[in-house]
Design a protein around this ligand. Structure first.
Ligand code: SF4
Length: 289
């Protein structure tokens, strides 16, 4: 871990990355790709030391409230967050200035900040996004080795549901010949139905590989699934998109089941929802306080 003073924190589309790099070890992680020009080892987490100060200054100047997003390039609840409270400090600022929050994680450590998530949600809107890829717990521990498993994430989704915090699930990546099965999909969908998630984002049943993350992924295939790398290489070469042969069948099940249980499953509709800021009405605020 190392610290860095950065010049800006809030991107043009109101996203923040409080850290750079990630310690969750997902074997398919796109953030490892060379195109992101990381100047340090992926596991040597860069802590953006002045992130909370920069965020406060940016939000203070903003004329219009909006949703602030975090978690796209690194998980805001990786291990070091527990001692650093860096994400928490940023949430406190978002809460203080009345902005909305869209936060994405795979970790149950997010529950530490349930008080803040609730407070933000009471004043405006807080949406928690969780990624689910692998229903089988043992397989999940191989694919996403340094973060809590899918079952635990499902429990987190239920706790958020019970606290009236809306949730969105990112379904994927789905790894060909590893977890691209009906059983895997139905297991995850049943969790989502039970946890009453607002929507599920899915870009198809497959994964993407680029220079940098491809090498890491193949190294892990060799380690955990001997012989599979050669099959991937023969089938997909250096393609960016690696679609499962079961893509169509699984997508049909996905859309049918979401439709049946009232889960939003059109990506555009979900992104619109995630980007729409909502302020609690005066009446709602009076009822709360
Ligand atoms: S949690 Fe996200 S950023 Fe972290 S290793 Fe996994 S995929 Fe990469």
């Amino acid at each position: 871990m190392h610290y860095k003073e950065v010049k800006t924190i809030l991107s043009a589309n109101n996203g923040i990355n409080i850290y750079r790099g990630c310690s969750h070890g997902c074997i398919y992680c796109d953030s490892r790709s060379n195109c992101y020009n990381m100047e340090h080892d992926f596991e040597d987490i860069q802590v953006k030391k002045n992130a909370p100060e920069l965020l406060e200054s940016a939000l203070r100047k903003k004329r219009k409230k909006c949703m602030i997003g975090t978690g796209a390039m690194c998980d805001p609840y990786m291990h070091i967050e527990i001692e650093l409270d860096h994400t928490r400090k940023c949430l406190e600022i978002i809460d203080k200035y009345g902005f909305g929050l869209c936060i994405q994680t795979k970790s149950d450590r997010i529950l530490r900040d349930l008080d803040l998530l609730k407070s933000i949600n009471n004043k405006s809107k807080c949406v928690v996004q969780m990624t689910l890829t692998t229903y089988d717990e043992d397989l999940c521990k191989i694919i996403e080795p340094e973060v809590c498993t899918t079952k635990k994430r499902y429990q987190v989704l239920k706790i958020l549901r019970d606290n009236e915090i809306p949730t969105v699930v990112w379904l994927g990546p789905i790894l060909p010949l590893i977890n691209d099965t009906e059983e895997n999909l139905i297991g995850i969908l049943n969790y989502c139905i039970d946890a009453k998630v607002f929507g599920i984002i899915c870009f198809g049943m497959g994964l993407t590989l680029r220079d940098g993350n491809r090498e890491y992924f193949y190294k892990n295939l060799d380690r955990h699934f001997p012989g599979l790398k050669q099959i991937y290489q023969k089938k997909y070469g250096y393609s960016y998109e690696l679609k499962s042969d079961n893509n169509e069948k699984l997508l049909e099940i996905f859309h049918e089941k979401c439709e049946k249980y009232g889960i939003t499953h059109k990506n555009d509709d979900i992104f619109k929802y995630l980007h729409t800021y909502k302020e609690a009405s005066k009446l709602e605020q009076m009822t709360l306080f």
